[in-house]
Ligand binder design. Structure first.
Ligand code: GRG
Length: 295
């Protein structure tokens, strides 16, 4: 990292993750071929891989071995991919496009989209259970972390709150919703690094707090991009959240207010890194990328 710009660092880590995912999800011939094709379509389809990259960055910071982190990091990306596939379905956000390509249910069909999401969710836990190089204690801790963060008290719980919201939310409720829906999996990415890199309880706690802060920052910026990217492209507010009449940080705080809030959260996240007695410059650069990204 010391000699790499953040852009180059992201590119190198992205290639590592992509290569490992490519090895893990093989197109097996037979009746299930289309399942593996659909899984590869969704997970090798141009995502930023920010969650697995955060895991790798923590392991490197703690002096751990990257080879040990690759499989669990890919498991996090599988949970993320499954959540996007299901979120795009007609029964949820009903989106036709993601990352500039047809969503999975439009490219394949709804049945395949449900099952591919189910497959990625299940396979994520299988690869952790079978991960080479990790101790059994580490595997149990990873499975505990991932199931909790992506479950009823985490991402799924946040999604249930989201689809149940028919009226305008207060800012505090919106924050709680997104701490679960978007923040929980980003927090897990940091916690994965702590488990694999054998962090002390104090460092693990600080990484978790940092994860919660950048998780919320990520969502505030996503709400901003939902408006600004669509305005730049279409010249009007056709963003999906506006289309769906959802409360967002932009609808509640205004565009400038949301930008200010994102900067404030970013500075708070960098302050939290001061509690970690390691070289945290890579994590600070990743937080900076999250808040200043354009997609
Ligand atoms: C369906 C169980 C279930 C959960 C869905 C996270 C989620 C819950 C839905 C995603 C909806 C959404 C677009 C939320 C905004 C934040 C977010 C997760 C954006 C997409 O993440 P990126 O930017 O995506 O990391 P890439 O394309 O880079 O992988």
């Amino acid at each position: 990292m010391q000699t790499l710009s953040i852009e180059n660092y992201l590119q190198v880590q992205k290639m590592r993750i992509e290569t490992h995912l490519d090895d893990l999800i093989i197109e097996r011939q037979g009746h299930e071929l289309s399942l593996y094709q659909a899984a590869r379509y969704s997970i090798l389809g141009g995502g930023k891989y920010i969650r697995p990259i955060l895991t790798l960055a923590v392991v490197e910071m703690l002096g751990g071995e990257i080879e040990k982190a690759l499989t669990p990091a890919c498991a996090i990306e599988m949970i993320h991919a499954y959540s996007l596939i299901h979120d795009d379905l007609p029964c949820m956000d009903d989106d036709d496009y993601r990352r500039g390509r047809l969503t999975l249910h439009r490219q394949f069909n709804e049945g395949h989209a449900v099952l591919t999401g189910d497959y990625l969710l299940t396979f994520a836990f299988e690869i952790i259970a079978k991960a080479p190089l990790l101790t059994n204690d580490q595997k149990i801790a990873l499975i505990d972390c991932l199931s909790t963060r992506s479950g009823g008290e985490g991402m799924i719980g946040g999604q249930v709150m989201d689809i149940g919201c028919v009226e305008k939310l207060e800012i505090e409720d919106l924050r709680k919703l997104h701490e679960k829906k978007t923040g929980a999996l980003l927090t897990a990415s940091l916690e994965f690094g702590a488990i694999i890199g054998n962090a002390s309880p104090e460092i693990a706690h600080s990484l978790c707090e940092f994860g919660k802060k950048i998780g919320l920052t990520f969502q505030v910026v996503d709400d901003i991009l939902d408006i600004t990217a669509s305005e730049a492209k279409h010249g009007n507010k056709t963003a999906s959240d506006v289309k769906n009449r959802k409360s967002t940080f932009v609808t509640l705080l205004g565009l400038e207010g949301a930008r200010f809030y994102a900067e404030q959260l970013f500075h708070e996240s960098v302050e939290l890194l001061k509690n970690i007695p390691c070289d945290t410059c890579c994590l600070a650069a990743l937080a900076d990328f999250i808040v200043h990204r354009n997609r």
